[in-house]
Write a protein that binds this ligand. Structure first.
Ligand SMILES: Nc1ncnc2c1ncn2[C@@H]1O[C@H](COP(=O)(O)OP(=O)(O)OP(=O)(O)O)[C@@H](O)[C@H]1O
Ligand SMILES: O=P(O)(O)OC[C@H]1O[C@H](OP(=O)(O)OP(=O)(O)O)[C@H](O)[C@@H]1O
Ligand SMILES: [Mg+2]
Length: 280
């Protein structure tokens, strides 16, 4: 039975369970449940703190897990990213009191507060910056005002928390994070290929829509160049032999631009529909 770790709380929890449900797996109904067996799919889900998931996977106790890239790298365990899941996006950044820092090199000899000390220490070491790292559990933005640190390294999404604490970001982003599926390198547990294929199906169904349109035969090459699809668009004959029907997958976030360009080219009856599920 494939053993999978799923975040039990925090920003990633609901989206991770939602994605697994959409992929056809049974998920817990009550947020206090710790384990959920799905015998039909020969799979077992363990609901754990996202920070701990890398540890369980890294030691081989569980086969794979869903966690944030930042949490995975912070844990410094023997595992690898198998799939990026397209939710839980955030940026890990330096921040300090407004107007005080502009560059990472200014952190030399200063105190830096963070909840991600593993990640931060290796970043600083790679750049030869010697700073004192103060490990805190959360609410890191308050540490400067309270006098335990000079600057921080933390997850920034909207920037509202930083602003409220009188701080601003500086330097290049340390890391761009999102939810990932992690596993042990070189170990393919039974059923893992099916899990990955199903999750890919959910990701693609969310990222793409199906576009149908009619176009005059002589314009089909130009139209197909606008909608190349994943492999190649389907072109079907119409009763009016001067026209053909074209069907192709397009990126959801480009739908309107492509429809405008197709219309200008002369395509008509341009229809867009959602993809409910797929295997690519
Ligand atoms: N706005 C956000 N705040 C914190 N973490 C976020 C945010 N958006 C995405 N994430 C990601 O969620 C993961 C943090 O998980 P964690 O369980 O700490 O969530 P949390 O929202 O900080 O919950 P809590 O602090 O209440 O436990 C990281 O991978 C982080 O990049
Ligand atoms: O840029 P923003 O949209 O304001 O989001 C970023 C904030 O959200 C997270 O805090 P969380 O609520 O998880 O509290 P914590 O610091 O106690 O973990 C993170 O640690 C930042 O403080
Ligand atoms: Mg948090």
């Amino acid at each position: 039975m494939l053993r999978v770790a799923v975040p039990n709380k925090g920003s990633l929890s609901e989206a991770a369970s939602g994605m697994l449900s959409e992929a056809g797996y049974r998920q817990r109904r009550d947020s206090r449940e710790l384990v959920m067996v799905d015998p039909d799919n020969d799979i077992e889900f363990f609901y754990l703190r996202p920070r701990d998931i890398a540890v369980y996977v890294g030691t081989g106790t569980l086969d794979v897990g869903i966690t944030g890239r930042d949490l995975f790298l912070d844990a410094q365990v023997e595992a690898e990213e198998l799939l990026t899941l397209g939710f839980g996006g955030s940026t890990f950044r330096f921040a300090g009191p407004v107007g005080e820092f502009t560059d990472v090199t200014q952190l030399h000899g200063r105190r830096l507060a963070t909840s991600y000390d593993g990640l931060l220490r290796s970043y600083l070491a790679d750049r030869g910056v010697e700073a004192k790292v103060v490990r805190l559990d959360g609410a890191v933005e308050s540490s400067v005002r309270l006098g335990v640190a000079d600057a921080i390294a933390d997850v920034v999404e909207t920037g509202n928390t930083l602003k409220a604490a009188g701080m601003e970001i500086f330097g290049e982003p340390i890391l761009k994070s999102e939810a990932v599926l992690i596993g042990r390198p070189g170990e393919a547990a039974a059923g893992l290929d099916v899990l990955i294929r199903r999750l890919r199906g959910v990701i693609v169904a969310r990222e793409y829509v199906m576009m149908d349109y009619d176009v005059r035969k002589e314009l089909v090459e130009e139209a197909a160049a606008l909608t190349p699809g994943l492999e190649s668009p389907t072109v079907s004959p119409l009763r009016d032999t001067d026209w053909v029907a074209v069907r192709s997958m397009v990126k959801r976030n480009q739908t309107n631009r492509i429809m405008d360009e197709l219309y200008e080219l002369g395509a008509r009856a341009i229809l867009v529909s959602s993809i409910h599920a797929c295997r690519i």
